[in-house]
Write a protein that binds this ligand. Structure first.
Ligand SMILES: Nc1nc2c(ncn2[C@@H]2O[C@H](COP(=O)(O)OP(=O)(O)O)[C@@H](O)[C@H]2O)c(=O)[nH]1
Ligand SMILES: Nc1ncnc2c1ncn2[C@@H]1O[C@H](COP(=O)(O)OP(=O)(O)O)[C@@H](O)[C@H]1O
Length: 194
């Protein structure tokens, strides 16, 4: 049994990462989604252990101290981290894993897992990004500003990723993401060459 593949999805707030991933994961039951820990408060409808592990700052930093994260970062004034145990167990069992993390986290993952595949989701335009964030209605004015201000810098990071997917029509974006995963899984591995 080979090792599983690690996929990393990033993109600015409101681009549709969660929406695209929901669709992808309902079709690709074999890809495991890594639930992150965060100090952000849950939005209406978000469930602890499903969308995130919602932690106090104290608990979050206890995990940091105990070296329980693959990576962690401060994003939009909250802390987020990827628990190590789930990812490493899945990969060792030959299962593929997808992380939805920010650009700082992706940089850390690249150092630890150089074979990971990095995918960046971009909006068709900044105006459309603004419209989607507004439409989601999850953020107050202050948090909207923080997210939109960060978006321009985040978009510059696309150069450090392997793939760029424009989330214009949702179904197209999901198809592209699926195609990337399928193609990556068909790549010749070292073990095929013996
Ligand atoms: N570094 C890091 N970033 C994360 C993690 N989980 C989520 N994020 C990122 O944190 C940012 C904010 O996520 P969230 O609060 O759900 O807001 P949204 O992007 O507006 O839906 C996004 O860029 C996520 O990709 C994690 O475990 N590590
Ligand atoms: N391709 C798309 N076309 C139009 N609206 C979209 C598309 N993808 C996502 N959305 C909407 O944009 C908003 C933000 O999507 P979300 O998945 O929460 O983004 P993110 O996880 O990147 O912050 C949601 O209201 C979602 O329904």
């Amino acid at each position: 049994m080979g090792k599983g593949k690690l996929f990393v999805l990033s993109g600015p707030s409101g681009v549709g990462k969660g929406t695209v991933l929901d669709k992808l994961l309902s079709d690709f039951k074999d890809v495991q989604y890594s639930v992150s820990a965060t100090t952000r408060k849950p939005r209406p409808g978000e469930k602890d252990g499903v969308d995130y592990f919602f932690l106090s700052r104290e608990k979050f930093f206890k995990m940091v101290e105990n070296n329980e994260f693959i990576e962690w970062a401060e994003v939009h004034n909250n802390y987020y981290g990827t628990p190590k145990i789930f990812v490493d167990k899945c990969l060792a069992e030959g299962k593929d894993v997808i992380l939805e993390i920010d650009i700082q986290g992706a940089r850390q993952v690249k150092k630890l897992y150089p074979d990971a595949i990095f995918i960046f989701l971009v909006p068709p335009s900044l105006n459309e990004l603004k419209r989607r964030l507004n439409h989601r209605g999850s953020e107050d004015e202050k948090n909207m500003k923080i997210r939109l201000n960060n978006a321009e810098d985040e978009l510059k990071e696309v150069k450090n990723y392997d793939y760029k997917v424009v989330n214009d029509r949702l179904d197209d974006a999901v198809e592209k993401l699926k195609s990337i995963i399928i193609a990556e899984k068909c790549k010749i591995r070292e073990e095929d060459c013996q």
